[in-house]
Write a protein that binds this ligand. Structure first.
Ligand SMILES: *[C@@H]1O[C@H](CO)[C@@H](O)[C@H](O)[C@H]1NC(C)=O
Ligand SMILES: *[C@@H]1O[C@H](CO)[C@@H](O)[C@H](O)[C@H]1NC(C)=O
Ligand SMILES: *[C@@H]1O[C@H](CO)[C@@H](O)[C@H](O)[C@H]1NC(C)=O
Ligand SMILES: *[C@@H]1O[C@H](CO)[C@@H](O)[C@H](O)[C@H]1NC(C)=O
Ligand SMILES: *[C@@H]1O[C@H](CO)[C@@H](O)[C@H](O)[C@H]1NC(C)=O
Length: 454
């Protein structure tokens, strides 16, 4: 340790570095360059959209999300790992390949982008993050920060993957959606664990919260903050191993947790129906016996017991409302899956992609009538100006995956709002309200407004 003077300059240096790191410049520089790549007529991403993204990320985790995003994009720009060069994660090395293959060089740092439309369309996830920041929500600040950070990190991870075809990009794309699902799921069970309506029961709370029968996992908020720290403090060469071993439940288990939780709330008196859904899901997704056993023997009993212990059961109106929101959200996510490129490999041609682009706003409209969710960002729902060159990319026959990004970003927005709704429905305040009041409130500010506008 040196003299006070060198200490002072050290502090000044650190302050300077932090200030520079957290200004959003690197993120914006790359997002703008990606926008210019697909649309020569623009200077960058829509300025108002960027402003909302910057304000949102600057507000999460005390500004650390924005700083982490800058560090992540700088890491991408300088990623030069001989063991994982640009383009090396391809079919011959066991990675997925997408239809779009149109190598284009960014005008910043000479970064090569293999899939322009599949890269720029990730701006839809940043848009979802910003919309989540803007939405009125019942979640705690910590939960909201976790959900927003997970979505923002995935926006980066997916951009990295479709741009670079590196193993690191691949891991970042696949690994981060699980963090989003886990963050949403934890919001949904927040009021069902011990300490809210009952004394804690470590076994049951572990199953409910960690989706594990054997150990307590770090929370989704810890997982999201871990990623923020990773980008902020570690060099890009170390990101892959960290993300590949991040301790969150696998995607299927978490998604099953979400679906079973909703079904248990919507149909508490029809356990056989829910059991049947597990069997159907197990066959459809070829789930392992161990996963199915966890669902039937541990997760469902824990969820049922927790729902049965709510101080007042959900009224028929509340259950009907939740069912509509559930169906509307699944409609968007289901539509997104059509364009993922791997589940339905045979449907992609010029006409189907055109049709798919034309139908997307209609799907959103029907889904929004079902959910009643308020969306301040009308463009995202109408599929207009969602990202640069979206008109072209949305219809492009070689880029069905760009529709997956846009539609799933929209569906993930609703999934978070749905989780928030469950959080609100299971809160002490809602459980103490009169049955009429419990339905009237969401109807008045959600569905009614939509029907009037329709
Ligand atoms: C923003 O980032 C770009 C590219 O990294 C850099 O050239 C530019 O100097 C930065 N601007 C500021 C104000 O830091
Ligand atoms: C390839 O990418 C460039 C830049 O985004 C774009 O102008 C061009 O239309 C693309 N070509 C095809 C076939 O999509
Ligand atoms: C696929 O990756 C391998 C390994 O890096 C590389 O040698 C090969 O050229 C790549 N193929 C294409 C089509 O880019
Ligand atoms: C805790 O929950 C488990 C699983 O739901 C249950 O088997 C056990 O009896 C509970 N323990 C107590 C003390 O209630
Ligand atoms: C289902 O998963 C098992 C392993 O759990 C595997 O052996 C089997 O081939 C899979 N079946 C299909 C149709 O994918």
């Amino acid at each position: 340790m040196g003299s006070p003077r060198s200490m002072t300059s050290l502090v000044a240096l650190v302050l300077l570095a932090t200030a520079r790191a957290a200004d959003g410049n690197a993120t914006r520089t790359y997002l703008d360059s990606i926008a210019r790549m697909v649309d020569g007529g623009v200077e960058g991403m829509d300025a108002a959209l960027w402003a909302s993204i910057e304000a949102c990320m600057g507000d999460v985790d005390g500004g650390r999300l924005l700083a982490a995003s800058d560090a992540a994009w700088r890491g991408l720009g300088h990623y030069d790992n001989p063991a994982d060069p640009w383009g090396s994660c391809n079919a011959s090395t066991g990675c997925k390949e997408y239809k779009e293959m149109n190598e284009t060089t960014l005008d910043v740092s000479g970064v090569l982008v293999y899939e322009p439309c599949n890269t720029v369309s990730n701006a839809a996830y940043y848009r979802t993050a910003a919309n989540l920041c803007g939405a009125a929500s019942d979640m705690s600040r910590g939960d909201r920060d976790a959900v927003v950070a997970a979505v923002a990190h995935m926006a980066f991870g997916s951009s990295f993957w479709h741009g670079s075809h590196t193993r690191l990009g691949n891991v970042a794309d696949n690994g981060l959606i699980q963090v989003i699902a886990y963050a949403d799921y934890q919001v949904m069970v927040r009021h069902l664990v011990g300490g809210v309506y009952r004394r804690g029961n470590a076994t049951r709370d572990r199953v409910l919260l960690s989706l594990s029968s054997s150990r307590d996992r770090p929370s989704a908020a810890d997982a999201a903050r871990g990623l923020t720290d990773l980008f902020l403090t570690r060099p890009a060469d170390e990101w892959k191993d960290y993300i590949a071993t991040i301790d969150v439940p696998d995607y299927f288990t978490t998604f099953a947790g979400v679906v079973l939780e909703l079904l248990t709330l919507v149909a508490p008196n029809s356990p056989h129906l829910v059991d049947e859904v597990v069997q159907i899901g197990a066959r459809a997704f070829n789930l392992s016996d161990a996963v199915v056993a966890f669902m039937t023997d541990e997760l469902l009993p824990a969820q049922r017991a927790a729902v049965a212990e709510l101080p007042s059961p959900l009224s028929a109106l509340e259950r009907a409302g939740l069912a509509c929101k559930f169906v509307g959200t699944m409609l968007k996510l289901g539509y997104a899956f059509l364009w993922q490129e791997y589940f339905f490999p045979c449907i992609y041609g010029v006409a189907t992609n055109d049709l798919g682009a034309a139908v997307m706003p209609m799907v959103n409209k029907v889904a929004n009538l079902l959910t009643g969710f308020k969306h301040a960002d009308a463009d995202q729902q109408r599929c207009e100006r969602v990202y640069a060159a979206d008109d072209r990319c949305r219809k492009l026959d070689v880029a069905p995956h760009a529709k997956w990004h846009e539609s799933s970003a929209n569906g993930l927005l609703d999934l978070a709002l749905l989780a928030d709704d469950v959080h609100k429905l299971t809160s002490t305040k809602a459980r103490a309200a009169s049955p009429l009041g419990r339905f009237a409130a969401p109807f008045a500010d959600g569905w009614a407004a939509l029907f009037l506008a329709a």
